[in-house]
Design a binder for this molecule. Structure first.
Ligand code: L34
Length: 283
């Protein structure tokens, strides 16, 4: 079988076109969605992702502001900035780009953001609402993955979804969203015994390992839908996923590329949440 490639960049562009219309209508009602992104330090990858968020906001008509702070910023200073933004009626969504410098505790920052402005969907209140199937801000990468699968009408109900990875921002929540869609979910991780035994039974395989090209055709069941969440930068500067695309594409029914796969969808779901935040606050 030769897999159909789900191009995240193209799908993202289609969705953003619709969002642009939605934002235009909101603007007619006097509402301009506003996103504030905080970037601490000068990690080149984070800078690149944040630039992508700024550009996509601009193209969609969403107003966005980037606050760049030095890596010497203290946790207290950061929490004060967040508090100001929480109380700023002009700000609909707040995002603090991760990872943070090691002297700042990620959880303190995540919990400081007002749940009404939590466009990342990382706050415990957002996570709790997601777990109980309530309306909330869904985390962007997991929601992007579900949107990619749904864009091809890939059936989720009753299917076996296997996730490799259990991070708080991708692995755990994507499993929850798949469960909400009535899939049967298996989580695999670094301590899983005989990974292949699990992955070869997956109808839907989500790779969020963080190691270049480790998931090859041997791990994949014939006809599976394979979603590659990895973004690994190689020594030559190029980007590659966790999935060995060339070997898996001949076995899977659907596959996502890297770059131009899940990454652009993450950004698009952030815009979606920002529009939702703007509606919520002004309703
Ligand atoms: N707070 N931190 C917070 N929220 C997030 O949702 C993120 N994430 C992850 C890292 N830290 C975060 C992102 O934004 C990963 N991530 C992200 C977003 C976009 C892209 C990749 C990761 C992306 O657009 N990738 C492009 C290539 C970009 C490049 O060349 O550098 C792609 O086509 O995959």
């Amino acid at each position: 079988m030769t897999a159909e490639v789900i191009n995240g960049k193209e799908l993202a562009q289609e969705i953003r076109k619709e969002m642009k219309e939605e934002v235009l209508q909101l603007k007619e009602q006097g509402i301009t969605p506003h996103l504030t992104v905080i970037l601490i330090g000068d990690d080149p990858a984070s800078k690149s992702y944040v630039r992508g968020k700024e550009k996509a906001s601009y193209e969609t008509g969403i107003s966005s502001e980037l606050i760049e702070l030095p890596s010497s910023t203290t946790e207290k200073e950061l929490l004060n900035r967040i508090d100001d933004l929480n109380h700023d009626d002009n700000v609909d969504g707040i995002l603090v780009q991760l990872p943070l410098p090691s002297h700042i505790q990620e959880q303190h920052v995540i919990e400081a953001i007002s749940p009404e402005k939590d466009v990342d969907g990382f706050h415990p209140i957002s996570i709790g609402r997601m777990m109980t199937g309530k309306d909330t801000f869904l985390p962007c990468t997991p929601n992007g993955i579900i949107t990619m699968l749904k864009s091809r009408n890939i059936q989720l109900e009753g299917k076996h979804a296997v996730i490799i990875g259990r991070s708080n921002i991708v692995g755990k929540p994507v499993g929850q969203l798949l469960l909400n869609e009535n899939a049967t979910v298996t989580y695999c991780h670094s301590r899983t015994k005989d990974l292949m035994e699990h992955t070869t039974t997956a109808d839907i395989l989500i790779a969020a390992v963080g190691k270049p090209n480790v998931i090859d055709a041997k791990y994949v069941k014939d006809g599976a839908a394979v979603i590659d969440v990895g973004i690994n930068r190689l020594d030559d500067g190029s980007l590659t996923g966790d999935v060995d695309f060339d070997s898996v594409k001949d076995k899977a029914s659907y596959i996502t590329p890297v770059p131009q796969g899940v990454g652009p969808m993450t950004i698009t779901m952030l815009l979606k949440n920002t529009i939702k935040a703007a509606r919520g606050i002004h309703q």
